[in-house]
Design a binder for this molecule. Sequence first.
Ligand SMILES: [Zn+2]
Length: 102
Amino acid sequence: MSQADINMSQLDQTFTLIGRSGESYQSPVRGILGGHRGNKIYGCLDCRAALQAIANGGYVKHRVFFPDEITAIVAGYRPCAACLPEKYAVWVRPAHEVSAGT
Ligand SMILES: [Zn+2]
C-alpha cells in the first residue's frame, strides 16, 4: 500500500457522531469525546478502558463520538468511570441526596 492510498482512505472516513437529541449522524470530523452507544457512556478519545475494549474487538461497532461534552450529557450519556472519575462520581450521586433532610 502506498502513502497515497492511505491518505485517500482517510479522506473517505467518516465518524458516527451523536447529536443533542440522541440521533446519530456521519461526520468527517471525529469530535472531542468518544462514547459507547450501547452502554450510553462517554469519555476521552484516549480512554484506556475504551481502547482496551476496542482492542478486544467488542466495541468498534458501538463507537460513537460527540462534538462537545454538553451534547453527550443532553443526549443522555453518562461519564466514563475510568477516564472521567470526578464527573462519574457526581453523576452516580443521587440528586435527591443533596437536598435530603429539608
Ligand atoms: Zn473512559
